[in-house]
Design a protein around this ligand. Structure first.
Ligand SMILES: [Zn+2]
Length: 381
């Protein structure tokens, strides 16, 4: 069990982000590491973050869901965590994957408010409904609990056990339309290059300008939640499209295409590439090239270019009728119209996230590899 913990933490690392385009819920890390009933383990454990993320994934029927974690600074020196766990949180903070704050206050709720996210908490929020009226809406506040079938999310304030995100608030939309710069040198959240600080190029985490978190509002002024300093406006945030990889009917990963192309393949070497090899059976893995499909925004268009050995198929308006299928090969490219998606191999689909909901009946289950990467399976219970 012990030797597996750092492996599990690595998996969880891919599920925490301050990227407003990808997050699916907001959490308070210092709160949920102490939900001892989730695994009846130590007083505080980072593995519970993975348990809660898995519960969220099951509820929204997607793999790879990511959460926005606000972290009280005290957690970095919390003796109930192992030194390895404290080191991991510190690294996440340095990489801008989580927000470490001296006084988180209601930052978790502010983030949820600005981005329209559900919050996963057991805290009583009754007194905050005046400030955040959505607390009373179904699916916006859910409690991670142990249900009959294991850890799950339960209706909390407002009712509704299924997470129900909304669009960003008008204020959130205004803040997200711009890029912001923190005067603090090396700020991991609002540094030059949209995050990653002075060493953005060396960061292990791929970030683009689009992934900058929402500022905090202090007396109406956009501010850095980490450094409590007013931010300066650094121009318009680039246009972006939210895409998804669906394999065997299940959404495995969402990703964003913004100011630079993104390559999807078995194991692309390109910076920021989306790797799908781990989800494929042998046959699909043989068919799909290391770098298979390149996606790029050109003006208002989302353009897909086949860069593979064996070719891809465009499915116009999502039609699975083979008479409609348009072959893409030998570097051919095509603008993706509404509802269009590309198949790298039968059942391995890439398109706009809104056009690719999880739909298990949709595609051959045989495409899937034997071992999905659910964190839960490696947690000893
Ligand atoms: Zn800052």
């Amino acid at each position: 069990m012990r030797f597996e913990i750092s492996k599990v933490l690595d998996t969880i690392e891919g599920r925490v982000t301050t990227d407003p385009t990808l997050v699916r819920a907001a959490v308070d890390l210092a709160e949920l590491v102490r939900f001892t009933d989730l695994d009846r383990g130590r007083p505080a454990s980072m593995l519970r973050l993975g348990i809660v993320i898995d519960a969220l994934g099951r509820q929204v029927q997607e793999d790879g869901v990511q959460v926005y974690a606000v972290v009280h600074r005290g957690l970095l020196s919390d003796g109930d965590l192992t030194s390895n766990e404290r080191m991991v949180v510190r690294r996440w903070a340095d990489d801008g994957l989580v927000e470490v704050l001296n006084n988180p206050g209601d930052r978790m709720l502010e983030v949820a408010d600005l981005l329209g996210l559900p919050v996963l908490t057991r805290a009583r929020l009754d007194g905050l409904r005046g400030r955040y009226p959505w607390i009373g809406q179904p699916g916006r506040v859910l409690a991670p609990v142990v249900g009959a079938g294991g850890p799950t999310l339960a209706a909390h304030a407002g009712g509704g056990a299924v997470p129900a995100p909304t669009d960003p608030s008008p204020t959130g939309a205004r803040l997200l339309a711009r890029l912001w710069r923190c005067p603090e040198p090396g700020c991991a959240l609002f540094g030059a290059g949209g995050g990653g600080g002075a060493f953005a190029d060396l960061a292990r985490v791929h970030r683009t300008a689009i992934s900058q978190p929402p500022p905090s509002l202090r007396g109406g002024a956009p501010s850095c939640p980490r450094h409590d300093r007013p931010l300066t406006d650094a121009g318009a945030r680039p246009r972006h499209e939210m895409l998804a990889v669906r394999i065997g009917g299940l959404v495995r990963q969402r990703f964003v295409v913004a100011d630079r192309p993104v390559v999807v393949g078995r194991a692309p070497e390109e910076d920021g590439g989306i790797t799908v090899g781990q989800w494929l059976n042998d046959e699909a893995r043989r068919w799909i090239s290391r770098s298979h499909l390149r996606l790029e925004l050109r003006g208002a268009d989302l353009v897909a270019q086949d860069v593979s050995t064996n070719g891809s198929g465009l499915r116009p308006r999502g039609s699975l009728d083979d008479d409609d299928r348009i072959t893409l090969n030998r570097q051919q490219s095509r603008v993706l119209g509404p509802g269009d998606f590309v198949e790298l191999y039968p059942g391995v689909q890439v398109g706009r996230a809104a056009d690719l909901p999880s739909a298990a009946a949709f595609a051959p289950a045989s495409v899937m590899a034997e071992a999905p990467t659910m964190t839960m399976r490696t947690v000893d219970r």
